[in-house]
Design a protein around this ligand. Structure first.
Ligand SMILES: Nc1ncnc2c1ncn2[C@@H]1O[C@H](COP(=O)(O)OP(=O)(O)OP(=O)(O)O)[C@@H](O)[C@H]1O
Length: 257
């Protein structure tokens, strides 16, 4: 069987990880209405590894990703990006970290409608006052089949093309990690497969670290690893996941305990 359960990563592995949560807790609200969205999550995501985060609705997937990306503040614990603990940084530093060290791909593409595809791709670099690496830009545009779409605005592009622009935008700054939140959620299966194949290739060929939240076992099977969440805790860790194993693991989490 190809699947194996991993032991909890050690502290040493965390310091080697591109991204890590250490005893991360996130409580929304207070008193009787408080929700413990993350209940002491410790997990590391290795460099040049493609990890899918899965789990039932409300299990804390988005909260974990948002805390690790500096989009939300944890209640306690550490959210490490390389050697930086994001829980100790103020808004100004977090904005810079998000712009310069993290690439984002969202379900809803999140492109700026008034900008061309080319300007959307280079926007984070423009904001950071950095010049795009021309060779990487050309490589990404070529691989993603966007060369003849660079002058188009998002409204003139299909959903799949818009998501490919978002992928180029996420990767062109050579971020330490790409966080993808349901990147295929708004796409047909063919466009979705193109997006996932591209992410897979970027891990293999560019050494990109990718962390993706998904509900879809087919999407998760493109990853090197699936981390399962349930009730705000780590509930499983699958290496080299295939669709059937992922489906089975999700069903066992959803079953009444
Ligand atoms: N801003 C918020 N205020 C209060 N509770 C919240 C907030 N955001 C999330 N929660 C709660 O935290 C828990 C985890 O939510 P989260 O969105 O991280 O789960 P998820 O696994 O991403 O769910 P889904 O698969 O449905 O997107 C849920 O119980 C949710 O209702």
């Amino acid at each position: 069987m190809r699947t194996q359960h991993r032991a909890d990563p050690t502290a040493e592995q965390h310091s080697l990880a591109a991204v890590a949560a250490v005893d991360l807790v996130k409580v929304y609200g207070r008193g009787d209405t408080a929700v413990r969205a993350l209940d002491g999550v410790t997990v590391g995501f290795g460099r040049a590894e493609f990890t899918a985060i899965m789990g039932p609705s409300g299990s804390g997937k988005s909260t974990l990703m948002h805390c690790l990306a500096g989009l939300d503040t944890a209640t306690s614990g550490q959210a490490m990006l390389g050697g930086t603990d994001l829980t100790r940084q103020g808004d100004r530093v977090l904005t810079k970290v998000r712009r310069e060290r993290i690439g984002f791909v969202f379900q809803s593409f999140n492109l700026l409608p008034q900008l061309t595809a080319a300007r959307n791709i280079t926007l984070p670099l423009d904001l950071a006052g950095r010049r795009p690496d021309r060779a990487l830009f050309d490589h990404l545009v070529g691989v993603l089949g966007l060369a003849d779409r660079l002058g188009h605005r998002p409204s003139e592009l299909s959903g799949g093309q818009q998501q490919r622009v978002a992928l180029a935008r996420a990767l062109v700054a050579r971020p330490e990690v790409v966080f993808a939140d349901e990147p295929t959620g708004n796409l047909d299966s063919r466009s979705g497969a193109e997006v996932l194949s591209f992410l897979r290739t970027s891990v293999r060929e560019l050494g990109q670290t990718v962390v993706m939240v998904t509900h879809d076992p087919t999407a998760a099977a493109y990853a090197d690893r699936v981390v399962l969440l349930a009730d705000g805790r780590i509930a499983g860790d699958l290496a080299q996941p295939d669709r059937a194993t992922v489906t089975e693991a999700l069903q066992s989490l959803a079953a009444p305990r």
